[in-house]
Design a protein around this ligand. Structure first.
Ligand SMILES: [Mn+2]
Length: 315
């Protein structure tokens, strides 16, 4: 396993905090401002050089930039141009040594929460979701159309991913609910994920195993990890409490998932992939700056992850 942390591409204290925790590899979010050209090799090289100069090696890009992905998911008139740009991005990623892209296929609503300040242990604050509190906005898209758009994308992108040696890792829908308002969500079960990654038979198409999403789907990790083992290209180390229609995030040691057992399942099934901590509480003294992604909770989660890996001798 390769322990990573999630970084924005502009330097901030999370870069140093991760290094202080002994983490030297990065899952990076590409800039989303207008000055960033996703097809520019020189801009990408500058970003990677800045990470390298601080001692961080980027290995995963997450997510696929929304400037491209929104067109791809909705299949609008900019779809083909967006896929072309994504293919150029993959060629550039190869040049800078980044081998994995984490993407999802949630249309209109991305990862969705109805609360950002639920109480967790000791007064820490976490995000959560309750379906009965979700307020839809009238947008509509059906599951057949989503499947069609997904299939169009993977048929176009996966052969190019093979050519450039890029692994595409599909993240499940979060929350894994079949409909949010009028919007169908297609990757809400293990069966659907298997269907999705088998549309094109390729070692370059697999999954981001976001543990808590699978738990919330109602899948047993004892079944899901072995079932997907050779397709797990990237792991989100995340815990959660509740069910798909009513759940809250937790400290990594305080949710429904036995995290050490999950790690043992990866080990026993030969999974060896980049792994990052996902969705952490906001702690005492911290301003709620980016719910689920504030700094202090990450340090606890990273320590907990490293402890489990060391105990299982998976360093
Ligand atoms: Mn995730």
């Amino acid at each position: 396993m390769l322990i990573c942390d999630y970084f924005r591409s502009e330097p901030d204290p999370t870069w140093t905090l991760a290094l202080q925790c002994g983490v030297t590899h990065g899952v990076i979010r590409l800039p989303e401002d207008e000055d960033f050209d996703v097809t520019s090799l020189s801009q990408l090289k500058n970003i990677v050089a800045r990470f390298n100069s601080r001692g961080i090696t980027p290995v995963v890009v997450e997510p696929l930039p929304n400037s491209l992905h929104d067109h791809i998911k909705t299949g609008d008139r900019l779809r083909d141009e967006s896929i072309e740009k994504f293919i150029r991005l993959m060629a550039n990623l190869r040049e800078v040594g980044i081998g994995t892209v984490c993407f999802n296929f949630m249309s209109h609503y991305g990862w969705t929460r109805t609360d950002t300040e639920l109480p967790e242990r000791g007064g820490a604050r976490v995000t959560g979701f309750r379906l009965d509190k979700f307020a839809p906005d009238g947008y509509k898209v059906g599951s057949d159309e989503m499947w069609k758009n997904y299939e169009y994308f993977v048929r176009a992108a996966v052969p190019e991913a093979e050519r450039y040696g890029i692994r595409l890792a599909l993240h499940p829908d979060d929350p894994p609910i079949e409909r949010l308002g009028g919007v169908s969500r297609i990757f809400t079960s293990l069966e659907a994920i298997k269907r999705g990654i088998n549309i094109v038979d390729s070692p370059n198409l697999g999954v981001t195993f976001c543990q808590a999403c699978y738990r919330l789907m109602g899948e047993r990790l004892e079944d899901a990890i072995p079932a997907l083992a050779d397709k797990i290209l990237f792991i989100h180390f995340r815990n959660v409490r509740g069910c798909r229609t009513d759940f809250s995030e937790t400290f990594h040691d305080n949710g429904d998932i036995d995290m050490a057992k999950a790690m043992r399942l990866y080990l026993e099934n030969g999974v060896d992939a980049p792994i990052r901590v996902d969705h952490v509480p906001t702690l005492e003294g911290e301003k709620l700056a980016c719910a689920g992604y504030d700094a202090l909770g990450r340090q606890f989660a990273l320590g907990y992850l490293k402890g489990i890996l060391d105990a299982l001798e998976m360093k």
